[in-house]
Design a protein around this ligand. Structure first.
Ligand SMILES: Cc1ncc(COP(=O)(O)O)c(C=O)c1O
Length: 432
């Protein structure tokens, strides 16, 4: 008791001395200023000052990324099973991508809005891309994101066909801007933002029956070749071919969105190759930029040229095809081809499938290194995601399949990393 008295006495003395020397209110203000400016962690600043997209962001602070690994502020290492969501197909910071970026930094950054000047990184990338696409896809319109590629493609289809109706599919995701949102396959995400674009019809993915809705007034049908956010929903045998046929019969353009599934993720360079169809317009993004922001829609030149007249400048943007992004994307595309990363995708998928066996896993849907591990419900999946982060494995869930764990790692992931990540998944499953 005596000790407590001494302590209280001491504190009171301290308080009155401080009060004599300084105004305590001023001290308090200084402390507040310091806590805001100096002591606040990056995590607190992120939550307070960076626009948020949910009330519960993962909010890990990553300070370094290399290959298939992420490192947080405490030096803890994570196996990255999502590669920035299908972006980092050649791994984080591939040395050839970094070199290409550095080289371009020495030449020029932004010099003029898209479409006016000849910029070597754009031209060379468009050339290499079109050399690896069917001959009918020979003109690349660069944008700064996947959503903008969707927007541009929808405008192009309406302009070229002089029709207004656009058809999309339930559980499809093509981006979050207003036009892309209008063709998103989910009332939950659309309803708060209505009115959206008129004359949009939604059909069921994989429904042969619904194809009858495509008519002479449909400008385009837009579909993901493999629906990613639905939890890796794969087109049924023959269905994409039937869709292509119906589009041909009605003069409708077929737009395939390979923003998430392109660039080798499904075991072939383009997913559409596996279904023996060729789209009229192809949407690209994510891995297109090798880790830098880049999107594109690709079509035949005769279709693309509709943007040049009636009206002139039918689609324009400032940053589309930014030279640094194109230089990075071009380097990443060359790495993908030169290092034959796609050849190993099937074997890596099989390794994952052989290790992901547990009574609590309902099923694993996969096509190459695009996998959805299905659990009973979202609660179980969320527990898994949180526990895996603690265990050093980074994953998340899908927009329209919240009970499924997402596995879309860099294609460079090693057998050891796959084995280590799956061992951790199984261990965590045993515990929760
Ligand atoms: C299939 C698909 N299309 C379009 C988009 C939109 O791309 P972005 O986020 O770059 O606008 C995404 C993004 O996740 C996607 O997965």
């Amino acid at each position: 008791m005596q000790k407590v008295n001494y302590l209280l006495q001491g504190l009171l003395n301290c308080y009155s001395r401080l009060n004599q020397c300084f105004n305590l209110k001023v001290l308090f203000k200084i402390a507040l200023f310091c806590s805001d400016k100096i002591i606040m962690t990056n995590r607190q600043l992120f939550l307070n000052h960076v626009g948020q997209t949910s009330e519960a962001p993962l909010s890990l602070e990553i300070v370094k990324a290399e290959g298939c690994k992420l490192f947080d502020a405490d030096g803890k290492e994570y196996i990255d099973l999502i590669g920035g969501i299908s972006v980092c197909n050649v791994g984080h910071r591939h040395p050839k991508v970094i070199d290409a970026i550095k080289k371009q930094l020495d030449d020029y950054l932004h010099i003029m809005v898209y479409g006016e000047l000849v910029q070597s990184p754009q031209v060379q990338y468009a050339k290499l891309l079109t050399e690896h696409l069917p001959a009918s896809l020979n003109s690349v319109f660069f944008t700064a994101s996947g959503s903008e590629a969707t927007e541009g493609a929808m405008k192009l289809a309406k302009r070229y066909q002089n029709r207004s109706q656009i058809i999309s599919f339930k559980n499809s995701y093509h981006g979050s801007t207003q036009g892309a949102l209008s063709v998103m396959g989910s009332e939950y995400w659309q309803q708060a933002f209505r009115p959206l674009l008129p004359d949009i019809l939604q059909m069921n993915f994989n429904s042969f029956e619904d194809l009858k809705n495509i008519t002479e007034r449909t400008a385009c049908v837009i579909a993901e070749t493999i629906q990613a956010e639905a939890g890796v929903l794969i087109a049924q045998n023959g269905w994409l071919k039937a869709l292509r046929k119906k589009c041909n019969e009605t003069g409708t353009l077929l737009v395939l969105d390979e923003i998430q599934c392109g660039f080798g993720r499904n075991g072939t360079l383009w997913a559409f190759e596996q279904f023996e169809v060729v789209p009229d317009i192809l949407l690209l993004g994510k891995a297109l930029g090798g880790g830098m922001p880049l999107g594109a829609f690709v079509a035949h030149k005769k279709i693309m040229d509709s943007f040049t007249h009636d009206p002139v400048l039918g689609h324009i943007n400032t940053f589309g095809g930014h030279p640094v992004c194109c230089a990075a994307g071009l380097a990443a595309f060359k790495v993908l081809l030169d290092e034959k990363l796609i050849d190993a995708v099937k074997m890596k998928e099989e390794l994952f499938l052989s290790l992901l066996k547990h009574p609590k896993i309902k099923t694993v849907r996969s096509r190459g290194l695009m996998m959805a591990v299905e659990f009973e419900d979202f609660d179980m999946n969320k527990k898994m995601i949180d526990a895996l982060i603690l265990a050093g494995v980074f994953t998340d869930w899908f927009l329209f399949a919240a009970n499924c764990l997402r596995i879309v790692p860099p294609l460079t992931i090693s057998d050891e990393e796959i084995t280590s990540a799956c061992t951790k998944i199984i261990k965590v499953l045993d515990k929760i």
